[in-house]
Ligand binder design. Structure first.
Ligand SMILES: NC(=O)c1ccc[n+]([C@@H]2O[C@H](COP(=O)([O-])OP(=O)(O)OC[C@H]3O[C@@H](n4cnc5c(N)ncnc54)[C@H](O)[C@@H]3O)[C@@H](O)[C@H]2O)c1
Length: 232
């Protein structure tokens, strides 16, 4: 996403957790400079000074991408019926409430009217084997996005989600650990357009939602999954 935005002339600031140095190393591979600020989205103090820290780089933001999720292993992987509240709470705080906390923390910097918040979602209209409490968190994320759309709309700020098909990332490997579990192949077979588990179409959809090509769209979930959500 950052690569695509930079290639298209945007300026980008990235947040990093847990290690800023790791993201700074990744940034060196990008086609242009992108400042990095540390952010634990569950830490009220870091959220409280986020606008100041980001503001040191850019006085105004055209958009915010929420690409944050975490669930402890005990909240994933078939543990749904035995997960305890502290693990559920961590999942919801990091993966659901963070859309609210990140958006509100950066609200002073968001251009009004005309800016856009985009979050990454995974279809939560059905339960998925192994996804467990992250599925619940994504349902909450979808609702949170609709409420933010309602409350921020009058300031001309749009809030939308991109529901992506599965992409091979570190986080995704947490719930596709079983050797015979070829979730990706199943998805590819189901999707009318096929599905290469490639992040590029997902990044393109995010950039489109940030652009002025969706000026009247908010509270929406845009599926970028090869069409898998639409077929039984
Ligand atoms: N990989 C997939 O198949 C897939 C599919 C649909 C949606 N998504 C969503 O895309 C987003 C990115 O996930 P990913 O798969 O690229 O995995 P990832 O592990 O690369 O991304 C998760 C991100 O959350 C950040 N994070 C975790 N805890 C944090 C905290 N306390 N404070 C701040 N940041 C924190 C991590 O630093 C990491 O950058 C997530 O919202 C995920 O649910 C992923």
């Amino acid at each position: 996403m950052a690569r695509l935005a930079l290639e298209n002339g945007a300026e980008v600031v990235l947040t990093a957790f847990p290690r800023v140095s790791l993201v700074e190393r990744l940034v060196r591979r990008l086609p242009g400079p992108a400042p990095v600020v540390g952010l634990d989205v569950t830490d009220p103090e870091q959220l409280g000074n986020l606008a100041d820290r980001v503001g040191e780089h850019f006085g105004e933001l055209d958009g915010v991408l929420h690409s944050i999720a975490y669930a402890p292993p005990a909240a994933l992987g078939g543990n749904f019926t035995t997960t305890t509240w502290p693990d559920v709470a961590t999942t919801l705080r990091t993966s659901t409430y963070s859309l609210h906390s990140l958006s509100i923390a950066l609200l002073p910097l968001l251009r009004k009217p005309g800016s856009s918040i985009v979050g990454l979602d995974f279809d939560s209209s059905v339960s998925w084997s192994e996804y467990d409490w992250m599925g619940v968190a994504k349902s909450g994320l979808e609702s949170c996005a609709r409420y933010l759309a309602y409350y921020l709309g009058p300031q001309g700020i749009r809030v939308n989600l991109v529901a992506a098909g599965p992409i091979r990332t570190m986080a995704a490997s947490e719930f596709t650990k079983e050797p015979g579990d070829d979730f990706y192949a199943t998805w590819q077979a189901k999707a009318p357009l096929g599905w290469e588990a490639d992040a590029d179409p997902v990044a393109r959809a995010c950039v489109a939602l940030f652009s002025d090509w969706f000026p009247a769209t908010t509270g929406e979930i845009l599926h970028v999954d090869g069409g898998a959500h639409a077929v039984g």
